[in-house]
Write a protein of this length. Sequence first.
Length: 206
Amino acid sequence: MTTRTEQKLRTRRSLLDAALELLSAERVFSSLSLREVTRTAGIAPTSFYRHFDDMNDLGLALVEEAGLALRQLLRKARARIKERGTAIDTSVDTFMEYLINHTDHFRLLLREHTGNSKEFRTAISIEIEHFVAELEEYSKLRSSDTKEAVLPAHEQHALAEAMVIIVFNMGATALDSTKKEREKVLEKAKLQLRMLYFGAHYRKHR
């Protein structure tokens, strides 16, 4: 990789990190200005356009990055489950680890999923659907490994969607909570997921 290419990638990364840094419990992405982001990144405003078409383009890049991190998270959880064997506990603990280490990414997904920008809402919905699909695929593999009854495709998808909703709600509640409050939220989410998962499979056997 050439020095010029490396520098371009570093500058792009600086702009992404600057936007994330400016996000907080009080600020949404749409409130950020280009000048504010470039000042935080330490570059001239005119240099911004060498990397992104506009602030919306930068935001969509962050959404894509956050979605990729979520999918990598689930794959990481899968590897841990093979070692520990507790699917729900391990998955929720791994998600909480992601939340703590990528607070700004999660805050962006959470806020912009219901924000004013249709383009953002659509992009985030696509990323969440990718996450649901990953969970669906894992559930099918797990059913095969444990000899559990495989749910019909539409029920498997509905179950995966409901589980993702619970996990995202957990994340939203835990986002600005204390460690003690977070632990309670964590245990509640695990209980809800167990009830949902085993309820779906119990119903299948009735």
